[in-house]
Write a protein that binds this ligand. Structure first.
Ligand SMILES: [Mg+2]
Length: 96
């Protein structure tokens, strides 16, 4: 399976939940996650935890590159939720 197929599934599922998805690229810096997922607030979700998720997508079995891992860590230190997703199942788990 290709990364793009997993990405398409993520976009479809987020939209089905009433959320928004954006492609992401930093200007003048490498390592931005592929997508920003925004989920609507609901009584069933903790707003800060579930509202905004940065997602790096990978083909099954592939890991984030070293420079990506460094950027993810910097972002997490600033309270951001950053996940690496490499399967359809992982998309389902993230949005469950
Ligand atoms: Mg990627």
């Amino acid at each position: 399976m290709k990364e793009s197929q997993i990405e398409a599934h993520l976009v479809k599922r987020v939209k089905a939940l009433g959320g928004e998805v954006r492609k992401v690229q930093w200007i003048g810096r490498r390592g931005a996650p592929d997508r920003l997922v925004m989920l609507p607030t609901s009584p069933h979700r903790h707003v800060w935890a579930a509202g905004t998720i940065w997602v790096e997508l990978k083909a099954p079995g592939l890991k984030a590159e070293t420079h990506q891992v460094r950027e993810h860590e910097r972002m997490r230190c600033m309270g951001q939720r950053v996940v690496v997703i490499d399967s359809i199942e992982a998309v389902e788990k993230l949005l469950a």
